[in-house]
Design a protein around this ligand. Sequence first.
Ligand code: NDP
Length: 505
Amino acid sequence: MSSQSDSPSDQRDAMQQRHEEAANEVLPEHTDPYIGGDFTAVAGEETFETIDPTTGEVLASVGRGREADIDRAVEAAWSAFEGTWSEYGAGRRQRVLTAIAETIDEHADELARLETLDNGKPVSEATIDVRGTAEQFRYFAGLVRGDSGETMAEGSRYGQVIEEPYGVVGQIVPWNFPLLITSWKLAPALAAGNCSVLKPAEQTPLSVLRLAELVDDVVPNGVINIVPGYGEEAGAALTGHPDVRKVAFTGSTAVGKQVMKSAAEHVTDVTLELGGKSPVVVFPDVDTRKAVALVSSAIFYNTGECCEAGSRLFVHEDVADDVLDGLVAAIDDMTIGDPLDEETDLGPKVSGEQVERTMEYLEQAQDEGGQFLAGGDRPDDEALAGGCFVEPTLIEGLDHDSGAVQEEIFGPVLDVFRWEDYDEMIELANDVEYGLAGGVISEDITQANRAARDIEAGYIWINSYHDLVPGLPFGGYKQSGIGRELSADTLDHYRQTKTINLSLR
Ligand code: NDP
């Protein structure tokens, strides 16, 4: 371990060495697509590199899947569906899902460290992701046994309503929660009786490939297929594939629209979990210490790379100075650094491209008269110079129409607005194209509930944030998406209804 007295270059070397050692321990053995139960080289024989955003070093070269590989994976998935998986009853599917959850638990530490290497998130947060990943499989394993069909006997008519799986579904996952969002996709799809072809994000394919290695023994061949690659190649081939009967996507709203268009070609059903620009409303009756902790976690958790991040703060004028002073102090106290260190609060962003994107928004905010109460730049710490770090940032004074307020920055940047008039505040809170989530902080539950009802969004937390539990549906209003994940409804997104109307006459 390096110490405070080490020079920045010594600290950087020590961090690099720690990451190399961790990589040697946890990288997957295979980095080619996982198709039909085997890791096989991509048809085009090309690879792309995945980078550790903390050190800038290459972690692995990964097979660059394209259309031919997607075709192969879809074929393998259909073959598994027709040959094996469709014969599995709910009980056997439940056992498979439970076995996946147990396997994840057994390898939790290794998976968390791998996620940290590939994504840059603090290992303490990656550990929470891995726990949540296992929980998804467990939740859907439980649900699948509670399912029964409906019947209607009326006169000489006997009707049955049954839910059937689509067969093969295509699933596309982003880089902010690679493993966790993979479970949000795979667990309900498999529980409902489908086989999956899943494409991880190009920045973070490793934990998903490692998961495939780990569950190879417990899942029949071809039920899960993983094809890493670029969005415009492997992703587009999957969403427009004529034999994929359902597409589920998490990512940006811009790409979500393309996915919808591409799926429209074959009238394929879609579920979309897209961007957000969520408001957090602070009422004057709060305990400011608690409010500061909640607001800080709402925006800075996972380095602000959360679709539900609370990135616009509406704080009542009566407590605004106290809350903002508290936030500045909380930012000062944050440990920014090596995400493999358990004490780290804020790791690097996922990639250099994402740093540039955030910095462009910060420059725009500066040009438009934003006052930076904290942050606003890359950290002035030479030890972190090789990584994709950005300071946690608080900006006040921007017009609500500004790009930095309206658009998803996906970084540790909070726009602050003071309010006095409730109706004006709610109008601004709703004045974005997104409607994924929101937060309300107040001791007065009637008042908090009214605000929760008035905010146009699919998920509102009162006096908490980021608390996503299986059983409570998650998904967006407006341009934040279509469909809900994490709940019993999700099973229905992966099934189609068949009615059999039998005449007994
Ligand atoms: P994207 O929406 O581009 O990526 C999400 C996933 O979609 C990735 O697996 C990506 O592949 C894939 N993809 C990209 N293009 C296509 C396509 N034409 N057809 C099918 N799949 C495609 O997000 P980015 O990684 O580019 O991030 C950009 C911004 O998106 C972020 O800054 C953030 O604002 C937002 N975002 C929102 C997320 C959310 O959870 N709401 C998650 C991630 C990003 P590939 O990795 O190869 O590009």
